[in-house]
Design a protein around this ligand. Structure first.
Ligand code: GSH
Length: 201
């Protein structure tokens, strides 16, 4: 199998980190692509032109990181996403909050990359408020995930780390020191160490 990824994509990082946590590196080859260069092999796997995308031995390629992670989790007997019940719902919800915060961070970043006089302040501020609210929410429900080692906690760690990469002006640790400590613990794991975006990315 092959996973198309880019080094800075937080969605792809979730998949790569999960592969490492589950020691599945020998089953999935990582193929680095640059989605903005429109590589034909990525478009063949994912018409949306986005990473991650997973080419399997048979069957259609999988797209969208929650689906890809769900599939990766079935490749061995160790469950990072609970199979059913409220624990599953909570992990999927944590992933949705994490992915949503990545979406907001990316939206903001695209806008910030425009020349200053062409940025749309309304959207930037809207996305920043969404990020602030999501951090508040995550902090308020920290007890549900801060000591967990599962896909929900992994997703949140990746999303927080992405704030540091793409919204580094935001001093989120001052308001949310326990979330900072949570990320620090995850950043000591190989899964996050080995998938960290390159310096200056
Ligand atoms: N919901 C998707 C989002 C994937 C996504 O937006 N990937 C970005 C990289 S961070 C991408 O490939 N963007 C290229 C583009 O939009 O053309 C997922 O969870 O996999």
């Amino acid at each position: 199998m092959q996973l198309f990824y880019s080094q800075t994509s937080p969605y792809a990082r979730k998949c790569r980190a999960l592969i490492i946590e589950k020691s599945l590196e020998s089953k999935i080859e990582l193929v680095e692509v640059s989605p903005l260069d429109d590589p034909a092999e990525l478009h063949a796997a994912n018409p949306l032109g986005k990473v991650p995308a997973l080419i399997r031995k048979s069957g259609p390629a999988l797209i969208d990181s929650p689906l890809i992670c769900e599939f990766i989790d079935t490749l061995d007997d160790e469950r990072w996403i609970p199979a059913k019940g409220e624990s599953r719902t909570l992990v999927m919800r944590q992933q949705a909050l994490a992915d949503g915060m990545m979406d907001l961070t990316i939206g903001r970043r695209i806008e910030m990359n425009r020349p200053a006089n062409r940025r749309y302040k309304l959207w930037i501020e809207r996305w920043e408020r969404g990020i602030a609210r999501t951090l508040e929410q995550l902090d308020s429900e920290r007890g549900q995930f801060e000591r967990s080692v599962d896909h929900g906690a992994l997703s949140i760690a990746v999303a927080l780390s992405y704030l540091d990469l793409r919204y580094s002006e935001l001093d989120w640790r001052s308001a949310h020191p326990e979330l900072g400590a949570f990320l620090e613990r995850w950043e000591q794991r190989d899964s996050l160490k080995l998938t960290a975006p390159p310096a200056g990315a």
